[in-house]
Design a protein. Structure first.
Length: 388
């Protein structure tokens, strides 16, 4: 049980550390704001020249640096949510949106036989008069040989990979089916930038990178925009560029969402698109070409919260379809009350709850008994279940 008194005493003892950290962040933010203001109205050529000696400065400017203001406003205003929904309906009518999401049951040491589950759900909404939509579910059970490897944490890493692969496969299936349509958009519930794989074994890094490169290529070949959507992003790519320009080092220490939050207060406003130039320790020589294909922007779709991070394949800007894409995302967020409805629904289809996990292990126990497999549960696990 939590002891509230000791928690209160512990927080009071660290009071000065909390205040010191906040003061440092305010000072860093002031410097970054000043640098951002200085460069906001400089040309893309000037900005590129300023970072010419830096291989990976965080971001590079796109054509929007010269064509669009630093904060791109949203032109529509409404008096109530009914009007907002009417606008969203006009944008989404005839547009097919898609999202896939995954959930998992990880292998646990509480049972003697390794087993895992990956469940991927998807939602395709056609936004037509008939209200037609498609929901689907794919389930994969992983057996002991698939969860056994030489490196530490192999089972968890394999389950995570199968989930990522399953979500990507469904997105690819949708984009291929919609090839040639200019009224289709797919959401990807993650970032295309794979910093998290840098500590994985080389073959697994290569597999992740190849999968995302394939998604970007399928999006371009099909003409279906693929939107990487990160609701709460801690990335600091733009901040890293500003930190370098300000002589503060390589990392900003503040997220781009926090940095841009005060400028993007109006609902629907967004930042310019930037090209990703993150300095990652992931597959040097390979990642260089791939990151250049990813554009990023921040979009305000909440009532006063931090903006969401959106990532797009570079072809979307080259084809001048970015404004349509942002409007579709805004409309989805109107319907989903601050979060894309299609992503929200895909998550609801895929999610595995605590009771679901208990039911799975119950089914697995019955299976083991039928097959005469030597399944044992740890005494600690049994004790926890009994007490809870």
């Amino acid at each position: 049980m939590l002891d509230p008194l000791q928690i209160q005493q512990g927080l009071a003892a660290k009071r000065d550390l909390f205040h010191t950290e906040q003061a440092e962040r305010r000072q860093e933010l002031t410097t970054l704001y000043q640098t951002l203001g200085h460069w906001n109205y400089r040309s893309a050529a000037e900005l590129m020249a300023a970072v010419a000696n830096i291989d990976w400065p965080g971001v590079w400017p796109t054509a929007e640096q010269d064509r669009r203001p630093p904060v791109i406003p949203f032109d529509h205003q409404w008096e109530n949510h009914r009007q907002a929904r009417h606008w969203a309906r006009s944008v989404l009518e005839g547009v097919t949106t898609f999202a896939a999401d995954g959930s998992q049951i990880s292998a646990t040491r509480d049972i003697s036989i390794p087993v895992g589950v990956v469940q991927v759900g998807w939602f395709e909404n056609r936004h037509c008069q008939s209200g037609a939509y498609d929901k689907g579910l794919s389930v994969e059970v992983l057996a002991p040989p698939e969860l056994t490897g030489t490196e530490s944490g192999f089972a968890d890493s394999e389950i995570e990979w199968r989930r990522f692969q399953g979500e990507a496969a469904q997105a690819e299936r949708f984009m291929t089916a919609q090839a040639g349509s200019d009224q289709a958009l797919a959401f990807f519930d993650s970032s295309f930038i794979l910093s998290f794989i840098q500590h994985m074994p080389l073959p697994r890094q290569q597999a992740y990178v190849a999968q995302v490169e394939r998604l970007l290529s399928v999006s371009e070949a099909s003409g279906v925009p693929l939107v990487g959507y990160v609701d709460a992003s801690y990335a600091d790519d733009l901040g890293s560029l500003l930190a370098r320009l300000a002589g503060q080092g390589e990392r900003a220490g503040l997220s781009d969402a926090a940095l841009l939050g005060s400028a993007l207060q109006a609902w629907g406003s967004r930042s310019r698109l930037y090209r990703c130039a993150r300095s990652d320790r992931v597959l040097p020589g390979v990642i260089d070409k791939y990151y250049r294909r990813v554009l990023l922007s921040y979009l305000q779709v909440s009532g006063g919260g931090l903006p969401a991070r959106l990532e797009l394949p570079e072809w979307v800007l080259a084809a001048d379809r970015q404004d349509w894409v942002f409007d579709v995302v805004r409309a989805e967020c109107v319907v989903g009350l601050g979060y894309p409805y299609t992503l929200e629904t895909a998550d609801a289809v895929a999610v595995l709850t605590g009771p679901d996990r208990q039911r799975f292990f119950g089914l697995f126990q019955q299976f083991a008994e039928r097959e005469q497999l030597p399944l044992r549960f740890s005494r600690k696990s049994t004790s926890k279940q009994r007490r809870r």
